[in-house]
Design a protein. Structure first.
Length: 503
């Protein structure tokens, strides 16, 4: 137990900031912006303090907070973090600063409400990664839909109502199955406490039903094929900040759910149905890559690219069963899980940067059609440099963060089955195809219109936001060891759970 509730502060400080921002009112947008930036910076600073307080050596959860919440149903306000959660919390706090800064001059209508929604979303997402009680996790898991619903619905594009309803219906529908599984676990175990559930001896039949209950919920959030169709529409209609937070953080909630629920609570069912997740992951990696190739809209192309990259995450998570239980290669099993988490973090930086770049272009030309752009290297050389860097990271170029996680997953997949690795590696060719073609049409050549030929270079604020993303992408690509060392013991403990049969 910690003497200072650092995790509660990380969750509720941004929510408190949202209240103060709302009190600033619509008449004082400048105050709302500065308050939002201040609260996101303070939250990020506290997350760094948490990072330095975390001890990488011992396994288990640290900085735990546990208070009685609803004693009648044996549930508690239980928070804690391991290395995986710490990395995701720091990512969330970091990206939130850039989202607020990126919307500084872009959002002009109801600024206080937009910033308040972003702050609430920041706190709730951190809550998802801290929760060690299944009911508390469900509360945060569902609550993040509310601010995102308003962000897309109020500040989105022309078809924002359609996109918002589709997003909400899909994700809420999936969450119903999670709730059913949650209630059954409580009925059997008599508690919502995650450490207790990790060790509870569910039968194989129970694990199988629970596996599909959780699979539907987490697959929608990830999203996995075939429940992915809500994501491109949500991205296209969302404001830039909404797209950044959705791609960089919210997509990780689904894969984090697999780490906390499906893998440790249902190890036998997860092993039995691992082939299904591997097949769906390879379909996402290859098929969705081809879908991205034909997109005329930049946001849709990057949205489909995100689905393909998240396929590497689920592949790395479930390939471990072939490695740990069938081949007894613990080192490669841990490498697969580590690769999946590294890919989650990397995708947060790269996809957030790409959507920020698209927002920069949209603010100048007010279109996302690729055909409307061209020759940006001549008129916006600094922006073009950032755009090419992030595009190369998206293809998995060595030296960038996009290479590290994908390489680890492919390497572990090759040990499990060379054919799986071959199909996974083939996605690098497809990814290079649609990304390089996108770059060719936007950065090089001649601008198709006079307006495109006279687009102004990025300003200082935009340069700082893109520069921060660039530093993160390069630092993680050149020196990934600190991130991997941070989660070594947590991954080892997770793999131990995977190897322990309950039947």
């Amino acid at each position: 137990m910690t003497t200072w509730p650092i995790l509660s502060v990380l969750i509720w400080l941004p929510c408190l900031g949202a209240i103060l921002v709302l009190l600033a009112g619509n008449a004082r947008p400048r105050l709302a912006r500065w308050l939002s930036l201040a609260f996101t910076v303070i939250t990020f600073a506290i997350s760094l303090w948490m990072l330095f307080q975390y001890h990488e050596g011992p396994g288990g959860f640290q900085m735990q907070e546990k208070l009685r919440w609803i004693p009648g149903i044996n549930t508690s306000y239980h928070l804690g973090v391991d290395g995986i959660a710490v990395a995701l919390i720091v990512l969330t706090a970091f990206v939130s600063i850039l989202v607020v800064a990126g919307a500084w001059e872009v959002i002009k209508d109801r600024v206080h409400q937009y910033m308040a929604a972003m702050l609430v979303l920041d706190g709730l997402l951190i809550g998802v990664f801290c929760a060690m009680d299944a009911l508390l996790f469900y509360l945060f898991f569902e609550a993040i839909l509310i601010p995102m619903f308003f962000l897309i619905g109020a500040w989105g594009g022309p078809r924002r109502v359609y996109a918002t309803l589709k997003f909400f219906i899909y994700t809420f529908f999936g969450s119903i199955f999670y709730l059913i599984g949650l209630l059954y676990m409580y009925h059997r175990a008599g508690t919502f406490d995650l450490p207790t559930l990790w060790n509870f001896p569910f039968t194989m039949q129970e694990q199988s039903w629970l596996f599909f209950s959780f699979l539907i919920a987490f697959a929608v959030k990830t999203p996995m094929v075939p429940v992915h169709t809500w994501l491109p529409d949500a991205h296209v209609e969302a404001p830039t900040g909404g797209s950044v937070i959705l791609a960089a953080i919210m997509l990780k909630v689904g894969t984090y759910g697999f780490i906390r629920f499906s893998l440790p609570i249902l190890p036998d069912a997860s092993q039995h149905f691992a082939w299904l997740i591997i097949v769906l992951s390879l379909i996402a990696i290859i098929y969705i890559g081809y879908v991205a190739l034909v997109q005329p809209d930049m946001k849709k192309l990057v949205a489909y690219s995100s689905i393909a990259h998240m396929g590497f995450v689920t592949l790395g998570m479930f390939i471990v069963y072939m490695l740990a239980r069938q081949l007894h290669d613990i080192q490669m099993a841990q490498l697969g899980v580590q690769g999946a988490v590294v890919q989650m973090i990397s995708h947060g930086f790269v996809s957030g940067a790409l959507f920020t770049c698209i927002g920069v272009m949209y603010d100048r030309l007010h279109t996302r059609e690729i055909s409307a752009y061209g020759g940006l290297a001549k008129v916006m050389p600094w922006f073009a440099a950032f755009w090419v860097l992030f595009a190369m990271a998206n293809t998995g170029l060595p030296g960038t963060s996009g290479f590290v996680g994908e390489f680890m997953v492919i390497l572990s997949s090759f040990t499990a089955n060379p054919w799986i690795a071959l199909f996974a590696a083939y996605s690098l060719i497809i990814g290079a195809g649609y990304t390089l073609w996108l770059i060719k049409r936007i950065v090089w050549g001649t601008a198709p219109t006079q307006k495109a030929a006279s687009m102004p270079e990025i300003n200082t604020r935009e340069g700082l936001v893109l520069g921060a993303f660039a530093v993160a992408v390069l630092a993680m690509g050149v020196w990934p060891w600190p991130l991997m060392h941070l989660m070594d013991s947590s991954v080892a403990q997770l793999v131990t759970h995977l190897m322990t049969s309950k039947v």
